[in-house]
Design a protein around this ligand. Structure first.
Ligand code: ARG
Length: 561
C-alpha cells in the first residue's frame, strides 16, 4: 500500500544503511517522468570507494519488483517508477475495505482537553469565537482519528466585574420579557448603554462595583440574576452550536474556578514565588520579561489566576497527555505566562500545554470590534449562508428531495470550510457570496464533487454494476493521479493532527476533488467494458475519502445536491 516503504525495503536489501536513514534520504525526482522516488546512491561513494553512478547502476540491476514499472539508475540516483496498475488496485482495495476507517491510526493515546469556543456570557458570540469553535472541533475529530481521547471544554466567560455592571444596568433599564425573548441582544444592549451612561455619570460605575461585590458575597438577588443571565445566554449559544453541529464535554467556565483560586495563591506563596509589586501580588518570570500578575492591588483576582486554577484542576481531573487552548493570537502572551508560572510551580506537565493561535477575520479589510458596534452576528451569517445555498440549489437541482437539510449542510458547511481552509494563523476577509460559491476553493465545491460521485454510483446500480477491483484495473494517468492522492490520506491526517492544523485536511480535500473532477471530465466511467467496476471502485473510494475528510472538518456531505 505504502510505496515509499516498499522502496525503503528494496534499498535496505542492497545497502548497509538503516531503514530510518534510507527513509530520510529518499527524494522525489526533479522531473516526474524520471519516476516517483529517487535514492541518492552517491551517499555511499565514500564508504564504498566507488563512483556514484556505478553504485546506482549496481543497485538498480540487482532489484526488481512487481510494484514498480521500472527501477533504473539515472546518474548517481536509483529511480523508482510506481507500477500504476498496482498502486491503483492496492489503494482502491484498501479504501473499499476500510471505508470510513481508512486513515485510522494510532499515533498516541490518552486525554487531550481542548479549551475552545469559550464565549463571554451576555455578549454576542464573535467571529473569533466561531473560529475557535470550528478549529477546536476539527482538531478534536482528527485527534480521535489518530488514537487520542479529546475532551472539548467550553471555558465560558461567565464571571468578572462586568457582571456587576450588567446587573446594575438591568436594574435600571431591564425588561424581563425582552431578555426572555432575545437574551443576548437585550443584555448586550443594556451593557452598551451602561458604558455610554457611565461616561456621563461616574456613579454608575460605583453601582456596578457594588453589585459585583454582592455577587461575590453570594447575595441572593445578585446570584439569581447572574444565574439567569448565564442560563439564557447559554441557551442562545447552544442554538448556534447546534447549527454548527458542535458539542462540548464540559461547560466549566470562569465561575467554576471562583473557589479554586485561593489554594493556587496559597501554593504560590508557600513555594516562595509570590511577591509584592506596587500593591499587587506577582510572580517573576526572569529579567527580560514582565512579571505575571496574580492578585491585583484591590485584592481581586485576574484572568491568569483563574487559568492557573483551571489548568491544575484539569490535570487532576483528566491526567492529560497534552492540553490545547484554541484562542486568538492576541492572547499569546497570556499563555506564555500561564505555562511559565506553572513551570515555576514545579509542574513539568506545563510543557504539554499548547496555545493554538489563529488569525483575525476582517471585513473589507477592517478589523471587527464589538465595542465600536462593528460586529458580524453569527446567527445572521449562518442564516444568510443557508439562504444563499438554498437559492443555488433551487437553480441547479429544483427537484431535490431534502432541500432544507441540504441547504443547511451546504450553507453551514461553507462557512466552516472557509474558516478552515487557510493556515489558521492567517487573517482572512469574510465575504459571504464567496464563501458559498459552488466553484473555486469552497466547501460546496467539495460537497458537490462528492454528490457527483454518489450520483455516478446510483446510475451504476441501475445498470447492475458495482465497485470492484478484483478484475481488470485501469492504469491511465487520470486514474493514477486520483488514486495517488487517495493513498496520501493517512499521511495527511497524521500531519494535520501533529500540527493541529485543519487546513492541511481542507486543502487536501480540494486537491482530491479537483483531481476527481478531471477524471470525471476525461473518462467515460459508465462505459460497460471490463474495467467499469474498477472505475466505479475509484468513484466509491473518492467518495469515502471526501466524506471522511469533510467529517474531520465538521462538515456534512450530502449524497445529493
Ligand atoms: N472568554 C475568553 C475570550 O472571549 C476566551 C477564553 C479562552 N480560554 C481560556 N482558558 N483562557 O476572550
Amino acid at each position: 500500500m505504502n510505496f515509499k516503504s516498499k522502496v525503503v525495503d528494496l534499498i535496505a536489501s542492497q545497502v548497509d544503511l538503516s531503514k530510518d536513514k534510507i527513509n530520510q534520504l529518499i527524494e522525489r525526482p526533479k522531473n516526474e517522468k524520471l519516476g516517483d522516488y529517487a535514492f541518492p546512491a552517491f551517499i555511499l561513494a565514500k564508504t564504498m570507494h566507488k563512483n556514484p553512478a556505478e553504485i546506482a547502476q549496481t543497485i538498480a540491476t540487482n532489484l526488481s519488483s512487481e510494484d514498480f514499472a521500472s527501477i533504473q539508475a539515472v546518474g548517481p540516483y536509483v529511480n523508482f517508477a510506481i507500477n500504476h496498475e498496482k498502486l491503483i488496485s492496492q489503494t482502491l482495495q484498501t479504501v473499499l475495505t476500510k471505508q470510513d476507517h481508512f486513515g485510522d491510526q494510532v499515533l498516541g493515546t490518552g486525554n487531550i482537553p481542548i479549551d475552545m469556543s469559550s464565549p463571554n456570557i451576555a455578549k454576542p458570540m464573535s467571529m473569533g469565537h466561531l473560529r475557535s469553535t470550528v478549529i477546536g472541533n476539527s482538531i478534536a475529530e482528527t485527534l480521535k482519528k489518530v488514537g487520542y481521547s479529546p475532551i472539548k471544554i467550553n471555558h465560558l466567560g461567565d464571571y468578572g466585574t462586568q457582571f456587576g455592571k450588567l446587573i446594575a444596568a438591568y436594574k435600571h433599564w431591564g425588561v424581563e420579557a425582552d431578555v426572555k425573548k432575545d437574551p443576548i441582544m437585550s443584555l448586550f444592549k443594556y451593557y452598551v448603554k451602561f458604558h455610554a451612561e457611565a461616561e456621563k455619570d461616574p456613579e454608575l460605575d460605583d453601582e456596578g462595583r457594588a453589585w459585583f461585590k454582592k455577587l461575590e458575597d453570594n447575595d441572593p438577588e445578585a446570584v439569581e440574576l447572574w444565574q439567569w443571565f448565564r442560563d439564557v445566554s447559554l441557551a442562545d449559544f447552544n442554538r448556534i452550536y447546534q447549527e454548527l453541529g458542535v458539542s462540548f464535554d464540559s461547560y466549566k467556565g470562569e465561575a467554576f474556578f471562583n473557589d479554586k483560586m485561593q489554594p493556587v495563591i496559597d501554593e504560590l506563596k508557600d513555594k516562595g514565588l509570590l511577591h509584592e509589586s506596587r500593591g499587587a501580588q506577582v510572580v517573576d518570570l526572569g529579567e527580560d520579561k514582565k512579571p505575571a500578575m496574580i492578585v491585583k492591588s484591590d485584592g481581586s483576582s485576574i484572568y491568569l489566576t483563574r487559568d492557573l486554577a483551571a489548568a491544575i484542576y484539569r490535570m487532576k481531573t483528566y491526567h492529560f497527555v497534552k492540553m490545547l487552548y484554541v484562542v486568538g493570537n492576541e492572547q499569546a502572551n497570556h499563555f506564555v505566562e500561564l505555562k511559565a508560572v506553572l513551570k515555576k510551580m514545579g509542574y513539568d506537565w506545563s510543557d504539554d500545554i499548547y496555545h493554538i493561535p489563529f488569525g483575525l477575520i476582517t471585513q473589507n479589510g477592517q478589523k471587527l470590534s464589538t465595542r465600536k458596534g462593528n460586529v458580524i452576528f453569527l446567527d445572521q451569517v449562518l442564516m444568510d449562508a443557508v439562504k444563499l445555498a438554498r437559492q443555488q440549489i433551487d437553480q441547479k437541482n429544483p427537484d431535490l428531495a431534502d432541500k432544507d437539510q441540504v441547504a443547511h449542510d451546504v450553507g453551514v458547511g461553507a462557512v466552516i470550510f472557509h474558516d478552515l481552509k487557510n493556515d489558521r494563523v492567517e487573517n482572512f476577509d469574510f465575504d459571504l457570496e464567496e464563501v458559498v460559491r459552488f466553484e473555486g476553493d469552497t466547501g460546496p465545491y467539495v460537497q458537490y464533487t462528492n454528490a457527483r460521485a454518489q450520483s455516478v454510483l446510483r446510475k451504476a446500480e441501475q445498470l447492475g454494476q458495482e465497485p470492484d477491483v478484483t478484475g481488470a484495473v485501469m492504469e491511465d494517468d487520470w486514474a493514477f493521479s486520483v488514486a495517488k492522492a487517495l493513498a496520501d490520506f493517512p499521511r495527511i491526517i497524521a500531519r494535520s493532527s501533529q500540527m493541529f492544523e485543519p487546513s492541511i485536511i481542507a486543502k487536501y480535500a480540494l486537491e482530491v476533488a479537483k483531481k476527481f473532477n478531471k477524471y470525471y471530465a476525461n473518462v467515460k466511467i459508465l462505459n460497460e467494458d471490463e474495467q467499469i467496476n474498477a472505475r466505479l471502485a475509484l468513484v466509491q473510494a473518492t467518495s469515502y475519502v471526501l466524506t471522511e475528510a469533510l467529517r474531520l472538518l465538521g462538515v456534512n456531505a450530502p449524497k445529493e445536491m
